[in-house]
Design a protein around this ligand. Structure first.
Ligand SMILES: [Fe+2]
Length: 271
């Protein structure tokens, strides 16, 4: 179930003020997360129009320029099930979590849904999740004591930060919340953290993971649907693909296209 606002692509891409009205809808009624439905199944055209919509919100980096602006999220049965292309749950996280220019926007366009009925996209409002914690936990997570594995070979997203805070001083979307559930098992082993009180910090982080999962909503995108969200506020993930993926030919499995965006106020670098 989801409480996501769904908008019609035609209404956003036609008319004298298109696509700028989209920014008003995104920042207003949509609260930074929206599903846009294209009537046509002409995916190439829809992907161009999706970039047009994204450009109303900011600039679109090409993380891997030789692939263009859109990257493919495929389904593979020969990789870690919990990773990007795996068949299991991909736990709630923020992409490029350690970068000094963590992109604020993620766009996911569905070319094919999962024939086995799974693979819903998950979002969780981290402002609300952080608000669910006690102030003492938030204080521990505001300290620049954390690190994470950086992505190599990516462009337009700044440099990896050696140490960073999970929570910014203010939960006002002016800074990212540098959250990934995948950090928890490392913290439990005493890794990726520089703290005098590692047990307390790990416990506080674990409570944030629990709060984020409690706030999770899911949406199973249909072919021709586009999900755009503010990942400085919403963590995202993937629910498990349906059973029997190995029996589904790879070219028939779920296929999403992914692009990123920076908002104008982010130009000049993050924290
Ligand atoms: Fe991701």
């Amino acid at each position: 179930m989801t409480d996501l606002l769904t908008l019609n692509a035609r209404e956003l891409t036609c008319g004298p003020s298109a696509p700028d009205d989209f920014a008003d809808a995104f920042d207003g009624p949509s609260a930074g997360r929206v599903v846009v439905t294209f009537e046509s199944q002409k995916h190439g055209c829809n992907l161009d129009l999706a970039l047009s919509l994204l450009s109303a919100l900011g600039t679109v980096p090409a993380l891997y320029p030789d692939r263009g602006c859109w990257d493919e999220l495929t389904v593979r049965d020969d990789v870690d099930p919990g990773r990007t292309h795996g068949v299991g749950e991909n736990r709630l996280h923020v992409d490029l979590v350690d970068r000094d220019r963590t992109p604020r926007l993620i766009a996911l366009y569905c070319v094919r849904g999962d024939p086995a009925g799974g693979g819903a996209s998950a979002l969780s409002d981290l402002h609300q999740a952080a608000g669910d914690l006690h102030e003492a936990d938030r204080d521990l997570l505001r300290r620049p004591a954390f690190s994470y594995f950086t992505d190599h070979g990516v462009n337009g997203v700044g440099e990896g930060l050696h140490r960073f805070a999970i929570l910014p001083e203010d939960l006002d979307s002016s800074q990212p919340i540098r959250f990934t559930s995948k950090m928890l098992p490392h913290l439990q082993r005493g890794e990726l953290m520089d703290s005098e009180t590692p047990e307390q910090v790990t416990a506080a982080f674990g409570r944030l993971v629990t709060a984020a999962e409690a706030r999770r909503t899911t949406v199973r995108l249909q072919p021709g649907q586009l999900l755009i969200f503010d990942q400085w506020r919403y963590a995202h993930g993937r629910m498990p693909l349906g059973p029997g993926q190995s029996e589904i030919p790879p070219q028939q499995r779920r296929l999403l296209k992914q692009a990123y965006g920076h908002r104008p106020e982010q130009v000049g670098g993050g924290r």
